[in-house]
Design a protein around this ligand. Structure first.
Ligand SMILES: Nc1ncnc2c1ncn2[C@@H]1O[C@H](COP(=O)(O)OP(=O)(O)OP(=O)(O)O)[C@@H](O)[C@H]1O
Length: 231
């Protein structure tokens, strides 16, 4: 047995001494101080903390939307800190699914066309793209609405379309920033149940930023961020 096999699988997210400093009027603002965090593949983890504590900044670093100022961020086996913009874009399109509070659907596109969008960057044929988009809509229970426009859908349904769009490229990790922030309790619970299904049935690793304690409780691990550090 090789050394690697004996050690077992490495975490899908490995942050070591990660910091992020922004500059405002040339003054440094330390948003993340010294974050070390491992996330195992297949886990469902929540990130909580007061407003301005750096939750979205941390999520964006893990997702490859931004780069750390200090430290090492290894995600899905790749070191993100020194990566070029184009390498980061490739990393995101292969590894990440994104869900935001504001669903960010294109109003002029139907549900199925919105879900197909991430696949336009791939070499898949038109027919294959449509088939995959329909499959993703089936997973979120919205196949019947595939030809509806966003304005013809409820907020909860719009978020389900956004989730279908997030999973259409079969990402290993889903990052969700306040995915239930704009929804009533019932729709929020439906979205949380769907995220649980993606985690349990499809083995997606999920990292969710939330202010909602009921949402965080559905995750298996809750991390708390305070003034740029995990407590
Ligand atoms: N691009 C940027 N340039 C300068 N400062 C930034 C930038 N992005 C975030 N910040 C600052 O970093 C701090 C943390 O922001 P962040 O959005 O990560 O917090 P948060 O915990 O997600 O907050 P909230 O719960 O209110 O969304 C804030 O003080 C914010 O103003």
């Amino acid at each position: 047995m090789g050394e690697g096999q004996r050690e077992g699988k490495k975490p899908i997210v490995e942050l070591d001494g990660v910091g992020k400093t922004y500059f405002r009027d040339k003054e440094p603002v330390v948003v993340l101080d010294n974050i070390s965090l491992d996330i195992e593949e297949g886990s469902y983890e929540a990130l909580m903390g007061p407003s301005g504590s750096g939750k979205s900044t941390l999520l964006n670093l893990i997702a490859g939307l931004d780069r750390p100022s200090r430290g090492s961020a290894r995600v899905a086996g790749q070191e993100l800190s020194g990566m070029s913009d184009s390498a980061l874009a490739t990393f995101r399109s292969r590894t990440m699914g994104f869900i935001f509070q504001a669903y960010n659907l294109m109003p002029v596109l139907t549900a199925v066309e919105n879900v197909e969008l991430p696949l336009l960057l791939t070499k898949l044929s038109r027919g294959e793209r449509k088939k995959r988009a329909q499959t993703a809509l089936r997973v979120v229970g919205l196949e019947e609405r595939m030809n509806h426009y966003p304005r013809q859908l409820s907020g909860g349904q719009e978020q389900r379309v956004a989730i279908a769009r997030a999973i259409v490229n079969d990402p290993r990790i889903i990052v969700a920033d306040e995915p239930t922030g704009d929804l009533d309790r019932k729709s929020a619970d439906e979205i949380l149940t769907l995220l649980e299904k993606l985690n349990k049935e499809f083995n997606k690793t999920i990292l969710m930023v939330t202010h909602d304690p009921q949402a965080a409780e559905r995750a298996t691990v809750i991390h708390r961020l305070d003034k740029g550090n995990l407590s």
